[in-house]
Design a protein around this ligand. Structure first.
Ligand code: NAD
Length: 429
């Protein structure tokens, strides 16, 4: 029997959101727009999302309680192609965060020049307490509410925090019940169920490729490069593996349980085996000194890779960051005030819209594969990913040096310039 219970407090305030997410994106957008000399009217057009959808998701929990959740899908821009972006299931999801992440997706797909626009979605829910059945019911109910506005030619969701390949398979199945068979409605599906090999490693691999390229431009040799990574999940562990195989010395890793430091180098494969055996946690990892996540960010290293949360590098700790190179594997790990301080000190930051674009790039290959009904192999995926990411890096690097601007402003300029041209070419009114 269905029992009615209190609506959960889904909107926990995120103390890190001192500057609201969308404000931070606008600030970076405007810096690039100034360089591009965009008119105010064009700025408003490019910043305004096409559509914002908020839906009620009422589900019966295993204990018979009724829960009412809020789901969002923000479709920011489709001038360059169908909109694309992840689905985040997390208690701190709110409209402002989804809106900022949707617009970041527009610039990200444009920077790497894949034929997509940007979108993002999410549900304010803590997945940790959910059974598999509850997660599946919530996912299917969400699709019931938004199936008409997503689709392989309109808006293609993908996994993000709190969602997985299994969740994507449910989305495909539920959407197909309404609109007929079409695996291209969602990406990040299980490899054996219309997914693509290499999707899981793609973001970390992209981070690794970019680290390698930037180090080479800065005249640094991999074997003389000490690396610290915050976050040892999908992105952090794959980036660490790539870099250690490429001869860099990974001296610090961390996850929610804390940081682990070994100046002689951490055996990354041993750490991956450890988390696989210990419920994805580094807690108790031997052969390293235990430090805090704050200390990890401030280690004496040549390369720092924040690959966990947004907003971890702030005006408070920016002066203590020793790494001369930061690759933003997570979305928005460096707050705008810290970005300015670090830039003034000559710290090179490879911005998120380029740094973590490997995932959406391989998602694009999955969608192409689904539309071709043809399975790509891992070699082809890696080769094409390397090509796309390397080309984007060269363009961003060159523009930043031609104009004497940060890599972030250069990446935003490239992205905004492409979206602006497509908007004008397609006809605005
Ligand atoms: P994940 O859930 O696989 O791993 C997250 C890691 O961060 C875990 O090791 C977790 O323990 C750690 N972590 C969580 N809270 C922490 C804290 N307070 N301090 C330190 N570590 C903490 O996630 P992921 O897929 O690796 O994504 C990491 C980041 O990269 C996210 O910001 C995500 O939005 C971004 N990103 C991921 C992809 C992708 O393809 N997976 C693509 C683009 C951007």
């Amino acid at each position: 029997m269905l029992r009615l219970s209190k609506v959960p407090d889904a909107h926990i305030n995120n103390p890190q959101n001192i500057m609201k997410s969308f404000e931070a994106v606008k600030l970076y957008f405007n810096r690039a727009a100034d360089e591009l000399e965009l008119t105010e009217n064009m700025r408003t057009l490019l910043l305004t999302p096409k559509r914002e959808v908020q839906v009620q998701i009422a589900v019966e929990m295993d204990n018979g309680d009724l829960q009412t959740l809020i789901g969002y899908r923000v479709q920011h821009d489709n001038a360059r192609g169908p909109m694309k972006g992840g689905l985040r299931f997390h208690p701190e999801v709110d409209l402002d965060e989804v809106r900022s992440l949707a617009s970041l997706m527009t610039w990200k797909t444009a920077v790497v020049n894949i034929p997509y626009g940007g979108a993002k979605g999410g549900i304010a829910v803590d997945v940790r307490g959910l059974s598999v059945g509850e997660l599946e019911r919530i996912t299917r109910k969400f699709v019931d509410e938004i199936h008409d506005v997503i689709g392989p030619d309109t808006d293609i969701p993908a996994p993000d925090m709190g969602t997985s390949a299994e969740v994507m398979a449910w989305i495909m199945n539920q959407h197909n019940k309404y609109h007929g068979f079409n695996p291209g409605v969602v990406t990040g599906k299980p490899v054996e169920h219309y997914g693509i090999p290499g999707r899981e490693e793609a973001t970390g691999r992209g981070v690794g490729i970019l680290a390698f390229k930037t180090l080479s431009r800065l005249g640094r040799k991999p074997h003389e490069t000490r690396v610290a990574l915050q976050g040892f999940g999908n992105v952090g562990s794959h980036a660490a593996k790539f870099l250690s195989e490429a001869d860099c010395k990974v001296v610090g890793i961390s996850d929610i349980s804390g940081g682990y430091y070994n100046p002689d180098g951490i055996n990354v494969l041993e750490a991956i085996r450890y988390v696989n055996k210990h419920e994805r946690s580094l807690e108790g990892f031997p052969s390293a000194e235990k430090i805090s996540n704050e200390e990890l960010l401030e280690l004496d290293v040549e390369l720092l890779i924040p690959a966990a949360l947004g907003g971890v590098i702030t005006a408070d700790n920016a002066q203590r960051i020793k790494a001369p190179l930061i690759i933003e594997a997570a979305n928005a790990p460096v707050r705008p005030d810290a970005d300015d301080l670090l830039h003034d000190r000559g710290v090179v930051i490879v911005p998120d819209i380029l740094a973590n674009a490997g995932g959406v790039t391989v998602s694009y290959f999955e969608w192409v594969q689904n539309r071709q009904y043809y399975q790509w192999n891992l070699d082809r995926v890696r080769q094409e990913l390397d090509r796309v990411i390397s080309a984007a890096f060269e363009e961003v690097w060159d523009l930043s040096h031609q104009r004497n601007i940060s890599l972030r402003t250069a990446a935003f300029m490239l992205g905004i310039g492409r979206v602006g041209r497509a908007t004008v070419l397609g006809g605005i009114t």
